[in-house]
Design a protein around this ligand. Sequence first.
Ligand SMILES: [Zn+2]
Length: 128
Amino acid sequence: MLCRGLIRRCAHCGHPGAFFVSWFKTQDRCRGCNLLWQRNTQGFVLGALAINFVVTGGALITTLVIGVVVSYPDLAIFELLVSTVGVTLFVGIFGYPISYTTWLAVDLIMRPLEPSELANTRAGKIIP
Ligand SMILES: [Zn+2]
């Protein structure tokens, strides 16, 4: 499930794109299995945002450390600024949907689908 989430697929069925209509726009259900991706929990988005924040912050710090080490002792401030901002924007934007599908995988691992939820998903019914 984690591998599926890490390549922006539905963690449950593996459908490409999962519940993303475009890079940033989501729909309520997976196009492949009709799974309700927020799974009726408050704060689901917070987990996805936390993953994106940690990965983006890690990329920023890594870029900054590499830039300082490479250019030490004459720090190239402008190049450091441009590279860290560029990496942060790229990782943040590129990782946005991946953080959602990854978090769905983590959520499915921690809280497997309940029988009623699974039955509704397969049948394509609306989960109340
Ligand atoms: Zn699916």
